[in-house]
Design a protein around this ligand. Structure first.
Ligand SMILES: Cc1ncc(COP(=O)(O)O)c(C=O)c1O
Length: 417
């Protein structure tokens, strides 16, 4: 038991041993079935037959490193790029979201000639030392990088004045961050934002703010990197990519998790002008990124998304989910706020003094597990329920989830109004 390193902090007080999955359902070793309202990696559904068949078929033909020609990666690049604005016309393949963000930062730094990076406070972008140093979202032993600045995000649920004032106030913080990076001699290479602002608590950040940040960073000679690891591939229901809902076209977009439905594939999507110059300056070689099996899997995920109408369905189901959660919030005083779009929802839990209640939040997550429904928690105060199911999640699954949550909340001491 002790031979396995500490790379897997487990969910739940009673961790789960899952042995099988299908669509939005998973089964444990005892044969108990759980409704999966949490996992975004099996994006088009656990063990989607189209994806597993594509994976097995290609693995049975050939899989090699990316130093050889292979048609599937060309087909996949074209199909993937067709989902992006025309300005973004190059894809570079990697294996994880971490690698994608590392590569995007490398490109941004070398092409801007600057090293400074702006991130949002309490964001998370990956597990390398370079990303840990610019992360305030999860604990890490590395000191926060001298060449990074973490800015507070505008959060409408915590702002009393007008939206315009809130945006103005928070853009002034970005101006200060840019000024301080320039004064310290780092300049600004990039801003790196998760376009769902998920680790931050799935905040409802106004597009005007994000557009203002993009303008300021570009004015300073830097690039906008949209981290689509959480929001991408239609999760938010209104579009394929999170940046579309924010009204911007990034200079670089980074993809991961849902891209391979569990197979490790990621990408940086950017402009030819940026990556072609980078390729002249650096030999970038990624042994596994975009290998034939990964390309076949990536194509099958795009096929499944289209054939099963999963993005449109995420929009419809997401509206119903928000409506049912709002209804619950009017009946349970422990719910301070409900937010989200598509198949990504956040429910903020507070105590009787209206303070964040991480203890109750944790109890709810564990009680839901005992009712055979899987969810998790996010946010700086660890008091936000995180609901982010596989994309085939439909109206019936919303009803099952809401029934379980309602019964759980009713069972919490003093929670019911
Ligand atoms: C927004 C975001 N970016 C990047 C990553 C890193 O992805 P990976 O764990 O595949 O390296 C994560 C992981 O949770 C993430 O949430």
């Amino acid at each position: 038991m002790t031979a396995f390193g500490p790379n897997a902090p487990l969910f739940y007080d009673r961790p789960l041993d899952l042995v099988r999955g299908e669509g939005c359902w998973v089964w444990d070793a005892e044969g108990t079935r759980y409704l999966d309202c949490y996992n975004n990696v099996p994006h088009v559904g656990h063990c989607h037959p189209r994806v597993t068949q594509a994976l097995c078929a290609q693995a049975g033909r050939i899989n090699v490193s990316t130093r050889y020609l292979h048609e599937a990666i060309l087909d996949y690049s074209e199909r993937l790029l067709a989902t992006f604005p025309v300005a973004l016309d190059r894809a570079v393949f990697v294996c994880t979201g971490t690698e994608a963000n590392e590569l995007a930062l490398r490109i941004a730094r070398t092409q801007s000639g600057h090293s400074g990076v702006i991130v949002s406070d309490f964001s998370y972008h990956g597990n390398s030392s370079g990303l840990a140093e610019i992360t305030t979202g999860l604990p890490h032993p590395e000191p926060f990088s001298a060449s990074a600045r973490a800015v507070a995000l505008p959060d409408p649920s915590r702002w009393d004045g007008s939206s315009e004032e809130m945006v103005r106030h928070h853009l002034a913080l970005v101006d200060t961050a840019i000024g301080s990076l320039q004064e310290a001699g780092y300049g600004v290479a990039a801003v790196l934002f998760d376009t769902a602002f998920s680790t931050e608590g799935l905040l409802d950040v106004p597009p005007a703010y994000v557009q203002g940040v993009a303008d300021r960073v570009r004015e300073a000679g830097g690039f906008f990197i949209a981290d689509e690891v959480q929001a991408g591939f239609g999760r938010m229901g209104d579009a394929m990519w999170g940046f579309e809902g924010l009204g911007i076209v990034p200079d670089l977009a980074t993809l991961g998790k849902p891209m391979g439905n569990g197979h490790p594939i990621g990408a940086v999507v950017t402009r030819a002008g940026l990556v072609d110059q980078f390729t002249k300056d650096a030999l970038y070689f990624n042994t596994f990124g975009g290998n034939p099996v990964s390309a076949a899997v990536g194509l099958a995920v795009l096929d499944a998304l289209g054939e099963d109408r999963l993005v449109e369905r995420a929009h419809e189901t997401g509206q119903y989910l928000q409506q049912r959660l709002s209804d619950l919030s009017s009946r349970f005083s422990c719910i301070a706020d409900v937010r989200g779009r598509g198949l990504f929802a956040a429910v903020e839990i507070i105590d009787s003094k209206t303070l964040p209640d991480p203890v109750a939040c944790r109890a709810i997550v564990n009680a839901m597990r005992d009712r055979h429904v899987l969810i998790s928690r996010i946010g700086p105060a660890d008091n936000i329920l995180k609901i982010r199911p596989p994309m085939p999640f439909g109206m019936d699954e919303v009803d099952l989830f809401i029934d379980a949550l309602e019964a759980t909340l009713a069972g919490l001491d003093g929670a019911a109004r």
